[in-house]
Design a protein around this ligand. Structure first.
Ligand code: 3H9
Length: 699
């Protein structure tokens, strides 16, 4: 480690500090939480570099940051307005043109504009646990301050195309291998950067600026391969493909010409609908689950988590809790069920080991923190229990009675129910204020969405505890009120109902699925239902059927399929027919016959539907139900509906979620589409007041 001497720090502008260490000026950005390059930071850095340009007493400049991370990029909050000078490209050019040799001292994450600043330095040193990346594509844009072109000259075409089109972050060993950084340190990054700078100066071998390096045009077959990979992955998101086209086009241009083209594309994309949608979600994800009324509420301390039910869901929940550092107790009914739970955990561990996420020592360590048991009394010390048993009110109420008898009175009791009334479940215990819903999505250790269901009696600190647990598990929490299906499954029901009506009325399941995958969903509603198993939806429908108004049109087809033994992928026939070794399903004349018979019995004259009509009706169904959920106060913000649908149901991220999409396209348009649903399907499809008001207010 280098020996350093410090001069007292001086401050040019609030978010920037300069100190001199061992003859090197250290310019540090200090703009919590993530040192985003806001206008004040850009101005401060410009001032610092111009002041230091004339300083003959220093040997070089280290670009650094304070707090938890190096600069994590441009300030996303500024993207909705015209950026004010100094602009990031000008700052980056200034860093590169510095008369003093420069080095970046990276720790935490150097992302987007942050990495662009680092790439403009002559040297880059990063800590071994830091990560770097150009994640702009995740915000629907491309790097706008020369990052692509500098990366291209340091790491080559294929690696840069991968970084820019995927937006993924890379760790220190990969960054070093790719040539994005020059040195990795396990010590203090500033000390290491100063030492590296001085070492290179002493041996007169300071690397050339990235922009001066030669770039060679990519081979055509490489471009073709990357093109098909990118197209398959981006599912309608435009930025990755545009980034690849740009890279190909600019690889044969001068650095200046290439950077100008990058900038043009950045500016064009930044104003586009997809970038706006992705920014909306970025912010919504970070503000979700922070209601004002809980601002000063302390959550209860949760260290040990119990799970009742070790099925697919319960094991996934227990596994997620284990990975996040909780002590876990899983209770199953009998020895056989417990054995199956043990096998599920083993499979989860094996999967993680196979994917390189866990090693055997790590697994053994985790296993020390889990107890699998048949005894409810083993939950006595748990601080939170999540019931993940069969979806049956009586079963759940019995479990909650047993929990009431076995746990400390301050322990939080949660149900993972996806439909049932939390308030009725809560009535089974003496103190319903300790009960809430924690609705995980399957697989529970993978899916990020969690609906946090606030019952009529849920105490504020119980709700706060649910939110704290969700955050610790790395989930996106959305608070919902009590209703059948909460936010997500309620919208799913409306979506699936219209999908089935469309098929009864003349579309094929393929027509509907194709329309939605074209819109950007990874799978259409029928392919999803086949995958999940038709009998689950069937059981739900039967349960809900009792309360459905007989004057409303009810979908018929699911029942008919299940009653003729079609259960989906599990028995190779559902909406589609499946064959061993084939990924997707094929259309099946048997399904067609069932559909046609049902339509004939109902007296329906079937007609074809254009893809756009299918898309509009299905979106209208989702938005109208989302609007009802908002007007009933089940969720607080339209962005809550968006997060639920994007993170739980495959709604394409680059569309921003149903409510954002509807707003972007004009609520009046959706209102008109809902009127079409109402005319076509009758009672129950009236436009929600919330939507009518939103349409009125937006004109
Ligand atoms: C870019 O750089 C474009 C350039 O090429 C060209 C321009 C010309 N801006 O995620 P967290 C806030 S595009 C403003 O919960 P973590 C965030 O809202 C940018 N704010 O923490 C939250 O605020 P609050 C390219 C930002 O530890 C707080 O920081 N860069 C920004 O889980 C903590 O965030 C990116 O896309 C930002 N750029 O993860 C990086 N970033 O506390 C985006 C964060 O008030 N950021 N905030 O709720 C990330 O990926 C993660 O935040 C990071 C930390 C990995 C850094």
């Amino acid at each position: 480690m280098a020996t350093t001497s410090s001069t007292p720090g001086s401050t040019i502008d609030a978010p920037i500090q300069i100190e001199t260490r061992d003859g090197v000026a250290v310019v540090s950005v200090d703009n919590p939480p993530v040192n985003a390059l806001s206008r004040a930071v850009r101005q401060g850095l410009v001032d610092a570099f111009s002041t230091l340009a004339d300083d003959a007493t220093i040997d070089g400049i280290v670009l650094a940051a304070t707090g938890r991370t190096f600069m994590a990029g441009a300030d996303i909050r500024e993207f909705n307005t015209q950026p004010k000078p100094p602009l990031l490209p000008d700052l980056v050019a200034m860093i590169e043109a510095s008369p003093h040799p420069t080095a970046a001292a990276i720790f935490g994450t150097a992302l987007g504009g942050g990495l662009e600043c680092a790439l403009a330095c002559r040297l880059r040193v990063m800590t071994d646990d830091a990560r770097v990346g150009l994640p702009e594509v995740k915000l629907g844009i491309v790097p706008g301050a020369g990052g692509t072109q500098r990366a291209l000259r340091l790491a080559g075409f294929e690696a840069t195309a991968d970084l820019v089109t995927s937006g993924r972050m890379v760790g220190s060993s990969e960054a070093l291998e790719l040539g994005l950084v020059d040195q990795v340190t396990d010590g203090d990054p500033v000390d290491a950067a100063i030492a590296a700078l001085k070492g290179h100066l002493a041996s007169a071998n300071l690397p050339e600026s990235a922009s001066n390096r030669i770039v060679s045009a990519p081979a055509q077959d490489l471009v073709a391969r990357l093109r098909s990979k990118t197209a398959a992955k981006s599912r309608g998101q435009i930025a990755p493909m545009r980034a690849l086209d740009l890279l190909e086009e600019t690889a044969s241009l001068s650095f200046e010409e290439a950077v100008a083209k990058d900038r043009d594309l950045f500016l064009e994309l930044r104003e586009g609908n997809q970038a706006k949608a992705l920014r909306h979600l970025f912010m919504a994800e970070r503000t979700a689950g922070r209601p004002d009324d809980l601002a000063n509420v302390e959550p209860r301390q949760i260290k040990q988590v119990g799970v009742v039910g070790g099925g697919l869901m319960g094991s996934g929940i227990g596994y997620a809790a284990l990975l996040s550092g909780y002590e876990v107790v899983v209770v199953e009914q009998d020895a056989n069920a417990l054995e199956r739970t043990r096998e599920r955990f083993e499979a989860l561990f094996e999967g993680a080991i196979k994917r390189g996420r866990l090693n055997k020592t790590g697994r053994d360590r985790l296993m020390d923190h889990i107890v699998l048991t048949n005894n409810m009394s083993d939950l006595a010390e748990t601080d939170l229990v999540i019931e993940a048993a069969f979806e049956d009110m009586d079963v759940k109420r019995d479990i909650f009675k047993a929990l009431d008898a076995n746990l400390r009175p301050e322990a939080v009791l949660a149900s993972n129910t996806s439909y049932l009334d939390i308030d009725m479940i809560a009535q089974a215990v003496h103190d319903p204020s300790r009960v809430l819903g924690l609705h995980f999505f399957s697989p529970a250790h993978v899916m990020r969405l969690m609906e946090i269901v606030r019952g009529a009696d849920t105490a504020p600190d119980v709700l706060a505890s649910g939110l704290a647990v969700a955050r610790k598990l790395g989930k996106i929490p959305v608070i919902t009120g009590v209703c059948d299906g909460f936010c997500g499954n309620r919208i799913l029901k409306a979506y699936r109902t219209v999908a089935e009506f469309l098929v009864e009325d003349g579309a094929s399941p393929q027509d509907v699925d194709a329309a939605m995958t074209t819109f950007g969903f990874p799978m259409g509603p029928f392919a999803v239902q086949d995958m999940a198993g038709l009998e689950i939806a069937y059981a739900n429908r039967r349960r809900q059927g009792e309360s459905t108004d007989p004057a409303e049109r009810r979908p018929q087809l699911l029942e008919r399929l299940v009653e003729s033994g079609r259960l989906g992928q599990k028995n190779q026939k559902g909406w589609y027919r499946y064959q061993d070794g084939e990924r997707g399903g094929r259309s099946d004349p048997e399904t067609d016959a069932i559909i046609q018979a049902a339509a004939a019995e109902e007296g329906i004259t079937r007609t074809r539907f254009a893809s756009e009509e299918i898309e509009r009706r299905l979106l209208a169904a989702m938005v109208n139900e989302g609007a009802r959920i908002l007007q009933e106060g089940i969720v607080a913000h339209p962005s809550d509906v968006d997060l639920v649908m994007v993170h739980g149901y495959g709604f394409p991220r680059h569309r921003g979620g149903p409510m954002f999409f509807a707003e972007q396209n004009g609520f009046e348009r959706t209102l008109a589409d809902v009127a079409v649903l109402h005319r076509a399907y009758g009672k129950g499809w009236e436009p929600a007041d919330w939507l009518t008001d939103a349409a009125k207010n937006s004109t």
